[in-house]
Write a protein that binds this ligand. Structure first.
Ligand SMILES: Cc1cc2nc3c(=O)[nH]c(=O)nc-3n(C[C@H](O)[C@H](O)[C@H](O)COP(=O)(O)OP(=O)(O)OC[C@H]3O[C@@H](n4cnc5c(N)ncnc54)[C@H](O)[C@@H]3O)c2cc1C
Length: 307
């Protein structure tokens, strides 16, 4: 084994003390687009203490660190990532119900929490019952649907900044349309969230969730790997309308295709590479800019594209 191989082996042994650690793990397994290159270390920390140690090791070893949830809003390049990805969804995912409040650890699945809230007769998370991310990822981008979003139910957010933890009020989180203060501070890690929901009735909540699910199934290409809406909606009209009007509905670049069902979705229809999807995004942006002078901004995050 060469010097790098020895060093990686030593580091993976150290990291394994703090949680599950996968070495040279393909992001295809961890993004809903099913694309992306290999990451040197993919770690599921066992606890907050373990997470803090993993961060300390990353610093000592001068390795970049990225937190990921379900990878449902990420377009990762095919390049190797010489760093550590931490994922909180395996161990840091508890939920505690306290009357109208829920304390949720950041790794919990948003869909799971929405269903648990329903079982507790708590309303407010119906919009989230089809969003396949974690609570951390949902706070990071203020996920939303059907004119509701996380900002309406988040009371405060528990955050790791450097090596201290802090509760931030909803106001301090600066939630906006698919945005939050966390996007300005990629080194902060959301550990948990206190949600405030409204008491309601399980049957009513279930009916609303069922009707939302039917709408999603009818309008979104959920049978294909994808990352939800590719672009944010500009002010004047929805992004899908611009894409349709420039004639790109159904357009393909190798295995990447603009969905026939919903033109603001790009799907991995046939072994697409990240570059195929990125090229299709670029083509849409250029076409819409040329025809309408409108800049379509991606909702999906590009990860590990620049050196
Ligand atoms: C079929 C489908 C439908 C979708 N529908 C919707 C929808 O209706 N509305 C909507 O808003 N989105 C939708 N999405 C997009 C996506 O599910 C959401 O944006 C979700 O909130 C992303 O969560 P995640 O855990 O997958 O985050 P990831 O994609 O893993 O990460 C996204 C960003 O969040 C950051 N992040 C994640 N966890 C943390 C943390 N603990 N602390 C700090 N930063 C963190 C990451 O670093 C990254 O920058 C959809 C996606 C799919 C595939």
């Amino acid at each position: 084994m060469n010097w790098l191989g020895e060093k990686m082996k030593d580091l993976s042994i150290r990291l394994k003390a703090f949680g599950d650690c996968l070495v040279w793990e393909s992001l295809k397994q961890h993004t809903t687009f099913k694309v992306g290159g290999e990451v040197m270390y993919y770690v599921y920390p066992k606890s907050l203490l373990a997470l803090q140690r993993v961060i300390a090791i990353a610093k000592e070893e001068n390795l970049p660190l990225k937190v990921m949830g379900k990878g449902s809003n990420i377009l990762a390049s095919e390049k190797p990532f010489h760093g550590i990805v931490v994922n909180l969804d395996r161990f840091m995912n508890n939920t505690i119900f306290d009357e109208e409040h829920i304390f949720v650890e950041a790794g919990a699945s948003l869909i799971f929490v929405a269903f648990e809230a329903m079982k507790h007769d708590l309303s407010g998370l119906e919009f989230a019952s089809g969003i396949p991310g974690t609570i951390g990822g949902a706070c990071f981008m203020n996920a939303g649907a059907y004119k509701s979003s996380m900002s309406e139910i988040v009371e405060k957010v528990w955050v790791l900044k450097e090596d201290r933890t802090e509760w931030m009020s909803a106001q301090e989180c600066e939630f906006g349309y698919r945005s939050s203060v966390f996007q300005k501070h990629p080194d902060w890690i959301i550990l948990g969230v206190m949600l405030h929901l409204k008491r309601s009735n399980m049957q009513e909540i279930k009916e609303l969730m069922d009707s939302r699910r039917e709408r999603r199934m009818a309008s979104q290409p959920l049978e294909w790997p994808c990352a939800g809406s590719i672009f944010q909606n500009p002010e004047n009209q929805p992004a899908w309308k611009y894409i349709e009007d420039v004639g790109l509905r159904g357009h393909k670049i190798n295995g990447a295709m603009v969905s026939e069902k919903h033109a603001n979705f790009i799907v991995n229809a046939d072994h697409a590479l990240a570059d195929d999807i990125a090229e299709l995004i670029g083509l849409i942006q250029t076409s819409v800019k040329e025809r309408y002078d409108v800049d379509l901004k991606t909702e999906v995050e590009m990860f590990n594209w620049n050196d």
